[in-house]
Write a protein that binds this ligand. Structure first.
Ligand code: AMP
Length: 398
Protein backbone atom coordinates (compact mmCIF):
# COMPACT_ATOMS: atom_id res chain seq x y z
CA UNK A 1 0.00 0.00 0.00
CA UNK A 2 1.37 3.40 -1.06
CA UNK A 3 0.20 6.54 0.76
CA UNK A 4 0.76 10.16 -0.19
CA UNK A 5 1.17 12.41 2.88
CA UNK A 6 0.49 16.11 2.34
CA UNK A 7 1.35 19.03 4.61
CA UNK A 8 -0.16 22.13 3.01
CA UNK A 9 0.47 25.69 4.10
CA UNK A 10 -0.81 28.90 2.59
CA UNK A 11 2.09 29.06 0.12
CA UNK A 12 3.61 25.58 0.22
CA UNK A 13 2.73 21.94 -0.28
CA UNK A 14 5.15 19.50 1.34
CA UNK A 15 4.65 15.84 0.52
CA UNK A 16 6.02 12.36 1.10
CA UNK A 17 5.14 9.16 -0.71
CA UNK A 18 5.36 6.27 1.76
CA UNK A 19 5.38 2.53 1.05
CA UNK A 20 3.50 1.05 3.99
CA UNK A 21 5.01 -2.41 3.41
CA UNK A 22 8.18 -1.24 5.17
CA UNK A 23 7.18 2.35 6.00
CA UNK A 24 9.94 3.64 3.71
CA UNK A 25 9.84 7.02 1.94
CA UNK A 26 9.72 6.50 -1.84
CA UNK A 27 9.90 10.21 -2.66
CA UNK A 28 9.43 13.56 -1.03
CA UNK A 29 9.31 17.18 -1.98
CA UNK A 30 7.93 20.64 -1.63
CA UNK A 31 5.88 22.81 -3.99
CA UNK A 32 6.74 26.25 -2.73
CA UNK A 33 5.79 29.89 -3.38
CA UNK A 34 2.16 29.10 -4.28
CA UNK A 35 0.32 32.31 -5.20
CA UNK A 36 3.65 34.11 -5.70
CA UNK A 37 5.42 32.39 -8.59
CA UNK A 38 6.20 28.73 -7.89
CA UNK A 39 9.00 26.21 -7.42
CA UNK A 40 9.18 22.44 -6.95
CA UNK A 41 11.99 20.56 -5.22
CA UNK A 42 11.36 16.82 -5.54
CA UNK A 43 13.60 13.91 -4.60
CA UNK A 44 13.20 10.19 -5.21
CA UNK A 45 14.63 7.72 -2.69
CA UNK A 46 17.33 6.66 -5.18
CA UNK A 47 18.65 10.24 -5.34
CA UNK A 48 17.06 11.43 -8.62
CA UNK A 49 15.77 14.97 -8.27
CA UNK A 50 13.50 17.47 -9.95
CA UNK A 51 14.16 21.10 -9.17
CA UNK A 52 12.43 23.74 -11.25
CA UNK A 53 10.51 27.00 -11.26
CA UNK A 54 6.86 26.68 -12.28
CA UNK A 55 3.68 28.74 -12.18
CA UNK A 56 1.58 27.95 -9.10
CA UNK A 57 -1.24 30.51 -9.03
CA UNK A 58 -3.17 28.21 -6.64
CA UNK A 59 -2.80 24.90 -4.80
CA UNK A 60 -4.41 23.13 -7.79
CA UNK A 61 -1.44 23.83 -10.08
CA UNK A 62 0.92 22.73 -7.29
CA UNK A 63 -0.94 19.41 -6.99
CA UNK A 64 -0.80 18.95 -10.77
CA UNK A 65 2.97 19.46 -10.65
CA UNK A 66 3.28 17.05 -7.74
CA UNK A 67 1.44 14.40 -9.79
CA UNK A 68 3.75 15.09 -12.74
CA UNK A 69 6.83 14.79 -10.50
CA UNK A 70 5.63 11.46 -9.11
CA UNK A 71 4.39 9.89 -12.34
CA UNK A 72 6.09 11.27 -15.48
CA UNK A 73 9.16 13.36 -14.57
CA UNK A 74 12.77 12.12 -14.79
CA UNK A 75 12.51 11.57 -11.03
CA UNK A 76 9.20 9.69 -11.25
CA UNK A 77 8.59 6.84 -8.80
CA UNK A 78 5.21 5.45 -9.92
CA UNK A 79 3.45 5.06 -13.29
CA UNK A 80 0.07 6.43 -12.31
CA UNK A 81 -1.75 7.93 -9.35
CA UNK A 82 -3.97 4.81 -9.38
CA UNK A 83 -1.08 3.10 -7.58
CA UNK A 84 -1.72 5.33 -4.57
CA UNK A 85 -4.14 3.86 -2.05
CA UNK A 86 -4.92 7.09 -0.20
CA UNK A 87 -3.84 10.62 0.64
CA UNK A 88 -3.29 11.70 4.27
CA UNK A 89 -3.36 15.41 5.08
CA UNK A 90 -1.97 17.21 8.11
CA UNK A 91 -4.47 19.69 9.56
CA UNK A 92 -3.40 22.14 12.27
CA UNK A 93 -6.68 22.97 14.02
CA UNK A 94 -9.47 20.48 14.66
CA UNK A 95 -10.72 22.31 17.79
CA UNK A 96 -13.10 20.25 19.95
CA UNK A 97 -14.82 18.87 16.85
CA UNK A 98 -12.18 16.33 15.82
CA UNK A 99 -10.65 14.03 18.41
CA UNK A 100 -9.32 11.57 15.82
CA UNK A 101 -8.40 11.25 12.17
CA UNK A 102 -11.32 10.97 9.73
CA UNK A 103 -12.08 10.26 6.08
CA UNK A 104 -12.57 13.43 4.04
CA UNK A 105 -16.01 14.42 2.76
CA UNK A 106 -17.21 17.80 1.47
CA UNK A 107 -18.79 18.46 4.89
CA UNK A 108 -15.49 17.72 6.64
CA UNK A 109 -13.66 20.19 4.36
CA UNK A 110 -16.28 22.84 5.12
CA UNK A 111 -15.88 22.23 8.87
CA UNK A 112 -12.08 22.56 8.60
CA UNK A 113 -12.58 25.82 6.70
CA UNK A 114 -15.06 27.08 9.33
CA UNK A 115 -12.36 26.60 11.97
CA UNK A 116 -10.16 29.14 10.17
CA UNK A 117 -10.96 31.76 12.80
CA UNK A 118 -9.09 29.63 15.32
CA UNK A 119 -6.09 29.10 13.02
CA UNK A 120 -6.01 31.96 10.54
CA UNK A 121 -2.66 31.05 9.01
CA UNK A 122 -3.40 27.37 8.50
CA UNK A 123 -6.94 26.06 8.27
CA UNK A 124 -8.15 27.95 5.22
CA UNK A 125 -5.00 26.88 3.37
CA UNK A 126 -5.72 23.27 4.38
CA UNK A 127 -9.26 23.57 2.99
CA UNK A 128 -7.96 25.04 -0.28
CA UNK A 129 -5.44 22.21 -0.55
CA UNK A 130 -8.08 19.56 0.20
CA UNK A 131 -10.37 20.92 -2.51
CA UNK A 132 -7.45 21.20 -4.96
CA UNK A 133 -6.37 17.64 -4.14
CA UNK A 134 -9.90 16.36 -4.81
CA UNK A 135 -9.90 18.03 -8.21
CA UNK A 136 -6.53 16.57 -9.27
CA UNK A 137 -6.25 13.12 -7.62
CA UNK A 138 -8.48 10.31 -9.00
CA UNK A 139 -11.90 10.36 -7.29
CA UNK A 140 -11.58 6.75 -6.10
CA UNK A 141 -8.49 7.57 -4.00
CA UNK A 142 -9.72 8.26 -0.44
CA UNK A 143 -8.39 11.19 1.55
CA UNK A 144 -7.87 11.30 5.30
CA UNK A 145 -7.27 14.27 7.61
CA UNK A 146 -5.04 14.03 10.70
CA UNK A 147 -5.24 16.86 13.23
CA UNK A 148 -2.41 18.41 15.30
CA UNK A 149 -4.93 19.10 18.05
CA UNK A 150 -6.66 15.69 18.18
CA UNK A 151 -4.20 14.03 20.58
CA UNK A 152 -4.83 16.77 23.15
CA UNK A 153 -8.60 16.31 23.15
CA UNK A 154 -8.13 13.99 26.14
CA UNK A 155 -7.04 16.94 28.32
CA UNK A 156 -9.35 17.41 31.30
CA UNK A 157 -11.23 20.68 31.84
CA UNK A 158 -8.81 21.74 34.55
CA UNK A 159 -6.02 21.73 31.96
CA UNK A 160 -7.86 23.38 29.09
CA UNK A 161 -10.01 26.04 30.75
CA UNK A 162 -8.72 29.62 30.96
CA UNK A 163 -9.87 31.73 33.91
CA UNK A 164 -11.82 34.16 31.73
CA UNK A 165 -15.57 34.87 31.91
CA UNK A 166 -17.22 31.56 30.99
CA UNK A 167 -19.32 33.20 28.27
CA UNK A 168 -16.19 33.60 26.09
CA UNK A 169 -15.62 29.87 26.21
CA UNK A 170 -19.25 29.35 25.18
CA UNK A 171 -19.34 32.11 22.56
CA UNK A 172 -15.89 31.84 20.99
CA UNK A 173 -14.58 28.44 22.10
CA UNK A 174 -11.68 30.12 23.87
CA UNK A 175 -9.80 27.31 25.60
CA UNK A 176 -6.50 25.49 25.34
CA UNK A 177 -6.32 23.17 22.33
CA UNK A 178 -2.62 22.34 22.16
CA UNK A 179 -0.65 21.60 18.99
CA UNK A 180 2.15 19.26 17.76
CA UNK A 181 -0.18 16.43 18.88
CA UNK A 182 0.96 14.09 16.12
CA UNK A 183 4.56 14.50 17.21
CA UNK A 184 3.86 14.12 20.94
CA UNK A 185 1.83 11.00 20.18
CA UNK A 186 4.57 9.48 18.00
CA UNK A 187 7.46 9.99 20.42
CA UNK A 188 5.44 8.96 23.49
CA UNK A 189 4.45 5.72 21.75
CA UNK A 190 8.02 5.11 20.64
CA UNK A 191 9.47 5.71 24.11
CA UNK A 192 7.05 3.24 25.68
CA UNK A 193 8.41 0.62 23.25
CA UNK A 194 11.99 1.58 24.15
CA UNK A 195 11.16 1.29 27.85
CA UNK A 196 9.55 -2.08 27.20
CA UNK A 197 6.39 -0.94 28.99
CA UNK A 198 2.74 -0.86 27.90
CA UNK A 199 1.90 2.60 26.51
CA UNK A 200 -1.20 2.63 28.71
CA UNK A 201 0.97 2.39 31.84
CA UNK A 202 3.67 4.95 31.10
CA UNK A 203 4.14 8.54 32.26
CA UNK A 204 6.13 10.62 29.79
CA UNK A 205 7.02 14.29 29.39
CA UNK A 206 7.60 14.91 25.68
CA UNK A 207 9.54 18.04 24.66
CA UNK A 208 9.00 19.03 21.01
CA UNK A 209 11.63 21.74 20.65
CA UNK A 210 11.86 23.20 17.16
CA UNK A 211 11.34 26.66 15.78
CA UNK A 212 7.97 26.31 17.47
CA UNK A 213 8.06 24.35 20.71
CA UNK A 214 5.68 22.62 23.09
CA UNK A 215 5.80 20.18 25.96
CA UNK A 216 3.18 17.55 26.70
CA UNK A 217 2.35 15.44 29.74
CA UNK A 218 1.35 12.00 28.42
CA UNK A 219 -0.10 9.81 31.16
CA UNK A 220 -1.09 6.27 30.28
CA UNK A 221 -1.19 7.01 26.55
CA UNK A 222 -3.24 10.19 26.85
CA UNK A 223 -2.29 13.87 26.68
CA UNK A 224 -3.35 15.40 30.00
CA UNK A 225 -1.72 18.80 29.55
CA UNK A 226 0.37 20.73 27.05
CA UNK A 227 2.02 24.13 26.85
CA UNK A 228 0.51 25.53 23.65
CA UNK A 229 -2.97 26.89 24.08
CA UNK A 230 -5.73 28.54 22.10
CA UNK A 231 -3.06 29.18 19.46
CA UNK A 232 0.55 28.01 19.07
CA UNK A 233 1.70 31.27 20.71
CA UNK A 234 1.35 30.14 24.32
CA UNK A 235 3.89 28.26 26.40
CA UNK A 236 7.61 28.01 25.81
CA UNK A 237 9.91 30.72 24.52
CA UNK A 238 10.20 29.89 20.79
CA UNK A 239 12.22 31.05 17.78
CA UNK A 240 10.12 34.19 17.26
CA UNK A 241 7.13 33.62 19.59
CA UNK A 242 6.92 35.07 23.08
CA UNK A 243 5.24 32.12 24.79
CA UNK A 244 3.72 32.78 28.23
CA UNK A 245 3.56 36.45 29.11
CA UNK A 246 1.60 38.59 31.56
CA UNK A 247 -1.43 39.54 29.43
CA UNK A 248 -1.29 43.05 30.93
CA UNK A 249 1.97 43.67 29.06
CA UNK A 250 0.03 43.46 25.80
CA UNK A 251 -2.49 46.22 26.58
CA UNK A 252 0.27 48.30 28.20
CA UNK A 253 2.49 48.09 25.11
CA UNK A 254 -0.41 48.74 22.73
CA UNK A 255 -1.18 51.96 24.58
CA UNK A 256 2.43 53.08 24.96
CA UNK A 257 3.45 52.36 21.36
CA UNK A 258 0.06 53.10 19.80
CA UNK A 259 -0.09 49.64 18.24
CA UNK A 260 -2.99 48.01 16.41
CA UNK A 261 -4.06 44.46 17.28
CA UNK A 262 -2.39 43.22 14.10
CA UNK A 263 0.87 44.97 14.95
CA UNK A 264 0.84 43.57 18.48
CA UNK A 265 0.12 40.12 17.13
CA UNK A 266 3.10 40.46 14.79
CA UNK A 267 5.39 41.46 17.67
CA UNK A 268 4.28 38.51 19.80
CA UNK A 269 4.46 35.93 16.99
CA UNK A 270 7.24 37.17 14.74
CA UNK A 271 9.58 39.46 16.68
CA UNK A 272 9.75 37.89 20.14
CA UNK A 273 11.12 34.61 21.50
CA UNK A 274 14.85 34.00 21.37
CA UNK A 275 15.05 36.39 18.40
CA UNK A 276 13.54 39.16 20.51
CA UNK A 277 15.78 38.58 23.52
CA UNK A 278 19.02 37.99 21.62
CA UNK A 279 18.53 40.36 18.68
CA UNK A 280 20.68 37.84 16.79
CA UNK A 281 18.44 35.30 15.06
CA UNK A 282 15.48 32.97 15.55
CA UNK A 283 17.71 30.01 14.72
CA UNK A 284 19.21 28.36 17.79
CA UNK A 285 22.37 27.47 15.85
CA UNK A 286 23.11 31.16 15.27
CA UNK A 287 22.33 31.99 18.89
CA UNK A 288 24.56 29.19 20.24
CA UNK A 289 27.36 30.44 18.02
CA UNK A 290 26.88 34.06 19.15
CA UNK A 291 26.74 33.00 22.79
CA UNK A 292 29.98 31.03 22.45
CA UNK A 293 31.56 34.15 20.90
CA UNK A 294 30.63 36.11 24.03
CA UNK A 295 27.30 37.72 23.05
CA UNK A 296 25.60 38.15 26.46
CA UNK A 297 22.07 38.59 25.12
CA UNK A 298 22.40 35.40 23.08
CA UNK A 299 23.49 33.61 26.25
CA UNK A 300 20.54 35.08 28.13
CA UNK A 301 18.09 33.92 25.42
CA UNK A 302 19.38 30.34 25.74
CA UNK A 303 19.17 30.55 29.54
CA UNK A 304 15.60 31.84 29.54
CA UNK A 305 14.63 29.14 27.06
CA UNK A 306 16.16 26.22 29.00
CA UNK A 307 14.88 27.47 32.38
CA UNK A 308 11.32 27.59 31.09
CA UNK A 309 11.52 24.09 29.60
CA UNK A 310 12.91 22.74 32.89
CA UNK A 311 10.13 24.41 34.90
CA UNK A 312 7.48 22.83 32.68
CA UNK A 313 9.04 19.39 33.00
CA UNK A 314 8.77 19.86 36.77
CA UNK A 315 5.17 21.06 36.51
CA UNK A 316 4.14 18.10 34.36
CA UNK A 317 5.92 15.65 36.64
CA UNK A 318 3.72 17.06 39.42
CA UNK A 319 0.60 16.91 37.22
CA UNK A 320 1.22 13.19 36.55
CA UNK A 321 2.44 12.42 40.08
CA UNK A 322 5.72 11.14 38.64
CA UNK A 323 7.46 10.55 35.35
CA UNK A 324 9.08 7.47 33.79
CA UNK A 325 10.72 9.13 30.82
CA UNK A 326 11.52 12.51 29.32
CA UNK A 327 11.82 12.73 25.53
CA UNK A 328 13.46 15.40 23.38
CA UNK A 329 12.44 15.77 19.76
CA UNK A 330 12.26 18.19 16.74
CA UNK A 331 15.08 20.33 15.28
CA UNK A 332 16.54 21.65 18.50
CA UNK A 333 15.55 18.74 20.74
CA UNK A 334 17.12 16.22 18.35
CA UNK A 335 20.26 18.17 17.53
CA UNK A 336 21.38 20.44 20.34
CA UNK A 337 23.34 18.50 22.96
CA UNK A 338 24.10 21.70 24.89
CA UNK A 339 20.41 22.64 25.19
CA UNK A 340 19.50 19.15 26.42
CA UNK A 341 22.32 19.28 28.95
CA UNK A 342 21.33 22.73 30.19
CA UNK A 343 17.73 21.57 30.68
CA UNK A 344 18.68 18.28 32.34
CA UNK A 345 21.07 20.06 34.73
CA UNK A 346 17.94 21.48 36.42
CA UNK A 347 16.50 18.00 36.94
CA UNK A 348 18.93 16.63 39.52
CA UNK A 349 16.09 16.56 42.08
CA UNK A 350 14.38 13.96 39.86
CA UNK A 351 17.55 11.88 39.87
CA UNK A 352 18.24 12.67 36.19
CA UNK A 353 21.81 11.95 35.07
CA UNK A 354 22.87 12.39 31.47
CA UNK A 355 25.49 10.24 29.76
CA UNK A 356 27.57 12.92 28.06
CA UNK A 357 28.87 10.63 25.31
CA UNK A 358 25.39 9.41 24.30
CA UNK A 359 24.10 12.97 24.54
CA UNK A 360 26.70 14.01 21.97
CA UNK A 361 25.46 11.50 19.36
CA UNK A 362 22.89 12.33 16.68
CA UNK A 363 20.52 10.97 14.11
CA UNK A 364 18.76 8.04 15.75
CA UNK A 365 16.38 7.26 18.58
CA UNK A 366 18.44 6.63 21.69
CA UNK A 367 18.63 6.85 25.45
CA UNK A 368 20.86 9.66 26.71
CA UNK A 369 20.47 9.08 30.46
CA UNK A 370 23.17 7.27 32.44
CA UNK A 371 22.44 3.80 33.90
CA UNK A 372 21.99 5.29 37.40
CA UNK A 373 19.45 7.92 36.24
CA UNK A 374 16.17 7.52 38.18
CA UNK A 375 14.18 9.04 35.30
CA UNK A 376 15.21 7.88 31.84
CA UNK A 377 15.85 10.47 29.14
CA UNK A 378 15.62 9.87 25.38
CA UNK A 379 16.15 11.60 22.07
CA UNK A 380 13.65 10.38 19.47
CA UNK A 381 13.51 11.90 15.98
CA UNK A 382 9.89 12.80 15.36
CA UNK A 383 8.06 11.54 12.28
CA UNK A 384 4.72 13.24 11.86
CA UNK A 385 4.40 12.09 8.24
CA UNK A 386 4.62 8.46 9.31
CA UNK A 387 1.87 8.94 11.92
CA UNK A 388 -0.33 10.51 9.23
CA UNK A 389 0.39 7.59 6.89
CA UNK A 390 -0.31 5.05 9.65
CA UNK A 391 -3.60 6.73 10.60
CA UNK A 392 -4.60 6.84 6.94
CA UNK A 393 -3.83 3.14 6.51
CA UNK A 394 -5.71 2.27 9.69
CA UNK A 395 -8.83 4.10 8.49
CA UNK A 396 -8.63 2.35 5.11
CA UNK A 397 -8.16 -1.05 6.74
CA UNK A 398 -11.35 -0.44 8.71
P1 AMP B 1 12.10 22.42 13.43
O1 AMP B 1 11.10 23.52 13.60
O2 AMP B 1 11.75 21.18 14.18
O3 AMP B 1 12.46 22.17 11.99
O4 AMP B 1 13.44 22.95 14.13
C1 AMP B 1 14.16 24.00 13.55
C2 AMP B 1 15.09 24.60 14.57
O5 AMP B 1 15.95 23.60 15.15
C3 AMP B 1 16.03 25.59 13.94
O6 AMP B 1 15.46 26.86 13.91
C4 AMP B 1 17.22 25.54 14.84
O7 AMP B 1 17.04 26.56 15.79
C5 AMP B 1 17.16 24.20 15.54
N1 AMP B 1 18.30 23.36 15.19
C6 AMP B 1 18.43 22.53 14.15
N2 AMP B 1 19.64 21.92 14.15
C7 AMP B 1 20.30 22.41 15.22
C8 AMP B 1 21.60 22.20 15.79
N3 AMP B 1 22.47 21.36 15.23
N4 AMP B 1 21.93 22.87 16.89
C9 AMP B 1 21.08 23.74 17.45
N5 AMP B 1 19.84 23.97 16.97
C10 AMP B 1 19.45 23.33 15.87
Amino acid sequence: MIILVVNAGSSSLKYQLIDMADESVIAKGNCDRIGIDGHIAHKAADGRTLDEDCAFPTHTEAFMKLVEALTVSDAKVIDSMDQISAVGHRIVQGADIFDKSVLVTDEIIDKIDELRELAPVHNHAHALALRACKSVIPANVPQVVVFDTAFHQTMPERAYMYALPYEYYEKYKIRRYGFHGTSHRFVSEEVAKMLGRPYEETKTVTCHLGNGGSICAVRNGKSIDTTMGFTPLEGLVMGTRAGDIDAAVITYLMEKENLTAAEMDNILNKQSGVLGISGVSSDFRDIEEASEAGNARAGMALDVFAYKVAKRIGAYTAAMNGVDAIVFTAGLGENSASTRKEICDYLGYLGVHIDSYNNSLRGKAMEISAPDSRVRVFVIPTNEELVIARDTKELLDK
